[in-house]
Design a protein around this ligand. Structure first.
Ligand SMILES: Cc1cc2nc3c(=O)[nH]c(=O)nc-3n(C[C@H](O)[C@H](O)[C@H](O)COP(=O)(O)O)c2cc1C
Length: 378
């Protein structure tokens, strides 16, 4: 008993122990993005947290994404007038105040009652691009209404072609002009961390997983569509068929090699996202920031190359821009903001990215995104 008490007081005194007062209670208190992680973890049911936090197998790709940034250093230039810095970019004819966009994450009501609507309201306030997932807990029509414009749409291809046509027509009718086909989970995956953590959540979670009316799926975007998606049998032929089906800008999300980047060009894609699904698709993969140079070299400016995976600092965003990325997607950071504080949390996450990127641009002597080149990293 005595030794247990001693152990507990040692823990309490340890600088490593996270005390309640160290966990932010207000989005304004956050000093950086990581401050949202613990605040969100405390709010979210364990099984839902597990779904967000998981990588695959040993979570090696998940960790590699972060480690990749440490291998790249900045080369600042001095005595440049950086009193005015412009972080804006243009993509597909639209000007965005920041290169940081909200990437597709499914089932956001699992993290906050407002779900994708909370995210959309934050994106609207901050004028950020929002990509909506096929497995969202809110329909594309409702998100478009909250966002004040149609979101970018991320497609997990329904297994039957009739379902693909149905989904494309619905998304086009909602006014979407940009669609991303995610291709990195087609072979299947083993979300082991999710499975382990979920075991300790014994609650009945049926309320989160009930089918939407008129559908055999819990996901509104599958209403009227037969179950099943992301067929392991998908090939470039599928992409060609999809390409012919729609006039939306069509990008491929989940490219990890220069060979596939070149194929995407040859098959008429309008761009790609260098992504490993935030380390949630295949293990023992490379950090996306390490993949970027070979892809940029192969593409040679012929279409936009977006990137996501492990971005937590404005300086991470700067590094990707320096290596040639057109825009940078975030996943878990805004989910932490949403889970901890709803819309206000997502807004603060976007603000922190903006403030940190602006500071890094100043420190490096770059006044616009086009001025950020490979000369600023080593
Ligand atoms: C909880 C969660 C759900 C996700 N759902 C999807 C999805 O439905 N479609 C998709 O293309 N990517 C999905 N992703 C991947 C993200 O779009 C993005 O590629 C990844 O989260 C970026 O890495 P980061 O979380 O380290 O920022 C999801 C990621 C997370 C964390």
């Amino acid at each position: 008993m005595n030794s247990r008490r001693q152990f507990l007081s040692f823990l309490a005194a340890s600088p490593l122990a996270l005390r309640a007062q160290d966990v932010i209670a207000n989005p304004k208190d956050a000093l950086d993005i990581m401050d949202f992680e613990e605040a969100a973890r405390r709010n979210i049911p364990i099984a839902h947290w597990a779904y967000m936090a998981t990588g695959v197998d040993d979570d090696a790709t998940l960790h590699a994404n972060r480690e990749g940034f440490k291998k790249i250093r900045l080369r600042p230039r001095r005595l440049v007038d950086v009193s005015k810095v412009d972080t804006s970019i243009e993509l597909f004819g639209t000007k965005w105040p920041s290169p940081v966009y909200i990437s597709a994450c499914g089932s956001q009501k699992a993290f906050h009652a407002d779900g994708e609507i909370g995210t959309a309201r934050a994106a609207k306030t901050k004028n950020a691009a929002q990509m909506l997932s096929t497995v969202s807990s809110t329909s594309v029509e409702d998100v478009a209404a909250a966002l004040g414009r149609p979101p970018w749409y991320q497609m997990y291809a329904p297994s039957q072609w009739a379902g693909v046509e149905h989904m494309v027509q619905r998304v086009e009718a909602a006014g979407c002009t940009v669609m991303f086909l995610t291709v990195d989970v087609n072979p299947g995956r083993n979300t082991e961390t999710q499975k382990r953590l979920s075991k300790s959540d014994t609650r009945n979670c049926a309320s989160c997983h009930q089918a939407t009316p008129g559908s055999n799926s819990t996901k509104p975007m599958f209403a009227g569509i037969e179950r099943g998606m992301n067929s392991a049998g998908s090939s470039w032929e599928f992409f060609d068929r999809l390409r012919k089906l729609t006039r939306m800008k069509l990008l491929i999300k989940g490219i990890e090699t220069h060979e596939d980047a070149t194929l995407a060009l040859e098959h008429g894609a309008d761009g790609i996202v260098v992504s490993n699904h935030g380390g949630r698709a295949m293990d023992d993969g490379r950090a996306t920031i390490e993949i970027l140079p070979e892809v940029i070299e192969a593409v040679h400016g012929r279409f936009p190359v977006l990137v996501d995976g492990g971005f937590r600092r404005g300086s991470d965003v700067f590094k990707a821009l320096a290596l040639g990325a057109s825009a940078v997607g975030i996943g878990r950071p805004y989910l932490w903001g949403l889970g901890a504080f709803g819309q206000a949390g997502v807004e603060r996450v976007l603000d922190i990215f903006h403030a940190e990127l602006t500071l890094t641009m100043r420190q490096c002597g770059t006044r616009s995104v086009t001025e950020i080149t490979r000369a600023y990293v080593v």
